[in-house]
Design a protein around this ligand. Structure first.
Ligand code: C5P
Length: 402
C-alpha cells in the first residue's frame, strides 16, 4: 500500500474504537491517511487519537470555525485512492444511499472519484432490517465495496450478525483490491454502450430500451483496474465517474460505427455492448411527417453497419474482442453463431427470458461462450459484479494465449 492515499471515514458507532487500529494498520502498510469523522463519531473516539495515529489533522466540519479555512471535500475526494468508511452506521448508510449530504463525511462520499469501501456495524436487528439491507444492496449495485459485518458478540450484549469486520481484515481487503485492481494498467479499452437513435424526422426516431448500464459498469470496472477507456455511448442518462474514462457521445449507428472504428485503432480490448439498430430510415424527412388521413404509412429502411463484424475483419493480432448477444429464442446457437460470424473471442449472452436481467435492470444474468466451445453460466448479480466476471474471463483468456 506504499504511497496510497486513503481517507478513513468514521461514523458514530461503538465500533469506532476499532478504527484507531485500522488507521494504524494502513500507516504500517505504507499508506497516507486522512481521517474524516461525523460530529457524533467524536463522542466514540477522540479526534486527538485519530490525528496522532494518522499524522494528519482530523476533518469534521465544513470549515475551521477559528479561522474560517474551508475543508474542501472535492479536493479530498480527488486526493484519495480509496475511501474506507468504518464503521458505517445504519444512519450513514441510509444517507449515502439517498444522496443526503449534511456532514463532511457524506459530501466527501458524494464527490469521491475513487473506490469506496464500507464496513457496516450495528446491532443485529438493525442490520437485518429490510430498509438497511435494501440500502446496502443499492450501494453495492452502485459499485461500492461492502466489507460484510461479522457474526459475534455485540456491544448491546446480544449475539448475532452486525459486528464490524476486524481492522486487519478490512486492511487486507483494501490491500488485495489495490494489488489485483491494476491488472489492466497500460491497456486501452474501447466499449460501445447504450442504444442508437435512428432519426425518422426532426421529432421521431427508431430506438430500443437499452439503458447503457451494462456498458457503463464495464467502463468503470476497466478504468478502476487501470485501463484507459474510450466509451462510445449512444443516448443514455448516465455519466461516467472515473477520470480514466473518455466518453464519445453518438446518436446513430453510423456515428457509433465511425467513433468505434477510430477508437479501435489503439484498442487492446474491444467490448461491443451497445444495442445498435440494424436498420435505419433510407431517408430522413426534413419536416415532421404529418398524419395521413387514410391508408398505412410506409417507411423504407436500409441496413446499418454491423460494427462488431466490421471490427472483427480489422482485428489485429493480440487484440481481444468481446460481443454481447441479447436473445429471446434459440439462445445458445444464436450466440455461438454470432461469436463465429463477428470474429469475437467470446460472447456474453443475456436472455430476455430471465427475470431482472438485460435492458434497464441493475442486475444481469449472463452465460459466456467462447471460440473453444467453453460455456460458463453465472448467477444473477449486480451489473458491476457481472462486469468484473467478464473482465476476469477476458484476462484469463489473454494470459492463456501468451
Ligand atoms: O444485434 P446482434 O444480436 O447481432 O448483436 C450482437 C453483437 O454485435 C453485440 O455485441 C452488438 O453490440 C454488436 N453489433 C454491432 N453493430 C450492429 C449490430 C450489433 O456492433 N449494427
Amino acid at each position: 500500500m506504499e504511497g496510497k492515499n486513503i481517507i478513513v471515514g468514521v461514523t458514530g458507532g461503538i465500533a469506532a474504537y476499532k478504527t484507531a487500529t485500522l488507521v494504524r494498520e494502513f500507516k504500517k502498510r505504507g499508506a497516507n491517511v486522512k481521517v474524516v469523522m461525523t460530529p457524533l463519531a467524536k463522542q466514540f473516539i477522540t479526534p486527538l487519537t485519530m490525528a496522532t495515529l494518522s499524522q494528519n489533522p482530523i476533518l469534521v466540519d465544513f470549515f475551521n470555525p477559528e479561522n474560517g479555512e474551508w475543508n474542501s471535500h472535492v479536493s479530498l475526494g480527488i486526493w484519495a485512492d480509496a475511501y474506507v468508511i468504518a464503521p458505517a452506521t445504519a444512519n450513514s448508510i441510509g444517507k449515502m444511499a439517498n444522496g443526503i449530504a449534511d456532514n463532511l463525511l457524506l459530501t466527501t462520499y458524494l464527490s469521491a472519484k475513487c473506490p469506496v469501501f464500507l464496513a457496516p456495524a450495528m446491532d443485529l436487528d438493525m442490520y437485518a432490517h429490510p430498509a438497511v439491507q435494501k440500502n446496502i444492496a443499492l450501494l453495492k449495485e452502485r459499485g461500492n465495496h461492502i466489507i460484510d459485518a461479522e457474526e459475534g458478540f455485540l456491544a448491546s450484549g446480544l449475539t448475532g450478525k452486525g459486528r464490524m469486520a476486524e481492522p486487519e481484515a478490512i486492511a487486507d481487503y483494501v490491500e488485495k483490491f489495490f494489488k489485483s485492481s491494476q491488472d489492466l494498467a497500460g491497456k486501452n479499452v474501447m466499449i460501445t454502450a447504450g442504444p442508437t437513435h435512428e432519426k425518422i424526422d426532426p421529432v421521431r426516431f427508431i430506438g430500443n430500451y437499452s439503458s447503457g448500464k451494462m456498458g457503463y459498469a464495464l467502463a468503470e470496472e476497466c478504468a478502476e483496474r487501470g485501463a484507459k477507456v474510450t466509451l462510445v455511448s449512444g443516448p443514455v442518462s448516465l455519466t461516467p465517474k472515473h477520470p480514466n474514462i473518455t466518453r464519445v457521445s453518438v446518436e446513430s449507428a453510423n456515428e457509433m460505427y465511425l467513433a468505434a472504428t477510430q477508437a479501435a485503432e489503439s484498442a487492446d480490448i474491444e467490448i461491443l455492448c451497445a444495442a445498435v439498430a440494424d436498420y435505419t430510415p433510407a431517408q430522413r424527412a426534413e419536416h415532421k411527417i404529418k398524419r395521413e388521413k387514410t391508408g398505412a404509412m410506409q417507411l423504407d429502411l436500409v441496413p446499418t453497419q454491423d460494427i462488431a463484424a466490421a471490427l472483427g475483419k480489422m482485428k489485429r493480432e493480440g487484440q481481444m474482442m468481446i460481443g454481447f448477444a441479447l436473445e429471446t429464442d434459440n439462445e445458445e446457437s444464436n450466440a455461438v453463431g454470432k461469436c463465429e460470424r463477428k470474429n469475437l473471442d467470446f460472447i456474453v449472452m443475456n436472455s430476455l427470458n430471465d427475470k431482472n436481467a438485460c435492458f434497464q435492470h441493475d442486475t444481469n444474468k449472463i452465460t459466456i461462450f467462447d471460440r473453444s466451445g467453453e460455456k460458463i453460466a453465472y448467477d444473477l448479480k449486480p451489473k458491476k459484479e457481472v462486469a468484473k466476471d467478464i473482465i476476469d474471463h477476458a484476462l484469463s483468456l489473454m494470459n492463456r494465449k501468451k
